[in-house]
Write a protein that binds this ligand. Sequence first.
Ligand code: UDP
Ligand code: MG
Length: 319
Amino acid sequence: MKQRPSEPELGLIIPCHNEEDVVPELLHALEDLDLGIPVSVLFVDDGSTDGTLEAFKEACLHNKRLACLSFSRNFGHQSAVSAGLRHVRGDIVAVLDADLQDPPEVLHEFVKAWRNGADVVYGIRTNRKESLFLRLAYRMFYRLLQRIANIHIPLDAGDFALMDRKVVSVINAMPEHNRFIRGLRGWAGFKQTGIPYERQARRAGRPSYTLKRLMRLAFDGLMSFSAVPLRVSSWMGAASALLGFGYLAYALTCWLRGIQLPPGWTSTIVVVLFLGGIQLMVLGILGEYIGRIFDEVKNRPHYVPSAAYGWLKGEDEAA
Ligand code: UDP
Ligand code: MG
């Protein structure tokens, strides 16, 4: 195994989508960040339609530690992080949100933990500044995921993390398209530690993650790391069979006691609705998996780069 460098270079990946309001503050925060080791930054502009890319282009001209990769359109946060992981340089790599919800100062502790032997250091969100509904939804999702996933995915850990280069290589080697980075990171193994931090409120701008996109991400996480939803169908089948038996027993008892049951219209409807509902639900679950298989077999690229700026430019041309 390769020895760890004592003077590592840190590569920082920052995925951005329509973040022009927060870019000035972000650039300031990065300037103020002094980790005692060289840091290079890779912004991944995920098809922004505002002035985000222009601002990054400008910043890359003045600071040779900065680079930006832009996409041909919006491919989504997880694709942006994947692209960043592929192109970032450095012996250790960290992923940070552009809106400064993950405070860059926490990176001090991340680097310290890496020096103490950890290969993956992820942030655990101790509190959230989102609405009560979203907080509850997050809580439930992470607990459900931990219960049914076939690998250990830490509770309340997002993409804010620092990874050793070897972990980045493992993630880059994974071909799958429905990328749930925090799951892939857990799957990679090695020595993983969590560091609690307070997740801040967004500094400026608006979140691009709508409830619908959050749900999609949640489904990707559940379906890529668990086959339990598939099994739910057999449980439901068993449950409905049991209910059927129960009803049969009840009808038999009534018959033996000579109680006249009303003609069976109600019970028929109940059974039909019940079974119909279960069948539709199971079909839906199957559909979710098949849709994902469809995505995988199409094997389209995870993103389409459109341009590179800053230090990435030269490397891109050399490649
Ligand atoms: N983001 C992205 N592509 C998208 C949506 C979001 O690159 O399609 C970036 C966004 O700029 C931010 C990070 O992903 O840096 C997290 O997004 P957001 O703040 O909207 O999500 P939340 O913090 O609410 O989870
Ligand atoms: Mg955010």
